[in-house]
Ligand binder design. Structure first.
Ligand SMILES: C[S@@+](CC[C@H](N)C(=O)[O-])C[C@H]1O[C@@H](n2cnc3c(N)ncnc32)[C@H](O)[C@@H]1O
Length: 191
């Protein structure tokens, strides 16, 4: 049984900060597994925003949140994650991106490098100090490979004074194994 993969590692990274979080974001809700993870590990007064561009995905996420008894703290947003500022005015304590397409859905509806980068850069600016953004990225399809290349290039350039950025990959798996990026805000940008 494989316990460690990019998705479980993302959860482990966020776990220590969720208890005191007040506003967290699942930027790619899909079937709602990350939405429910965020809701189950945060306090009752934390709001979990779940973005997706597909109504079917949000319906699945809603169903799962209801089954697990956390629907009350979840706000479903049918919009692209790049528009996060139109929906959230508060600081964000944690955000998760699980890129690509829904394995059970239309594979043409997938995250794209431009909007993903815009969303991540907006999200990191809105992070509270000590907050984190995790991004699981897949290079095994054309749009995903382009997206991962952009992520690596642009996230490597985030200023070290304000952000710590790391990437994780299974080094004995295929080159296309999912990669996890973690961005932690270490200091407020205007200091
Ligand atoms: C790999 S799935 C996410 C899986 C999900 N985290 C889960 O736990 O089930 C990627 C999702 O991103 C969504 N997506 C694609 N582009 C998006 C965008 N610009 N904004 C928000 N969601 C997007 C897709 O519709 C799809 O549901």
């Amino acid at each position: 049984m494989q316990r460690i993969n990019s998705k479980t590692l993302a959860h482990l990274m966020l776990m220590p900060i969720l208890g005191s979080a007040k506003c967290v974001v699942d930027a790619t809700a899909g079937n709602g597994h990350d939405t429910v993870f965020l809701a189950e590990h945060s306090s009752d007064d934390c709001v979990v925003y779940a973005f997706d561009i597909q109504q079917d995905a949000l319906d699945s996420a809603k169903r799962l949140a209801e089954e697990r008894g956390v629907a009350e703290k979840v706000r479903l947003v049918l919009d692209s994650h790049e528009n996060v500022e139109s929906h959230i005015t508060d600081e964000i304590d944690a955000a998760m991106f699980n890129l690509g397409y829904l394995p059970t859905g239309d594979h043409q509806i997938t995250t794209q490098a431009d909007s993903t980068m815009k969303a991540i850069l907006t999200m990191v600016r809105k992070l509270s100090v000590g907050g984190m953004v995790t991004v699981v990225s897949y290079s095994g399809h054309t749009a995903g490979a382009k997206e991962q290349e952009r992520l690596f290039a642009e996230l490597s350039e985030l200023p070290v004074r304000y952000y710590t950025v790391s990437s994780f990959r299974m080094i004995n798996h295929k080159d296309t194994a999912p990669m996890l990026f973690v961005i932690e805000k270490v200091r407020c940008e205007n200091r």
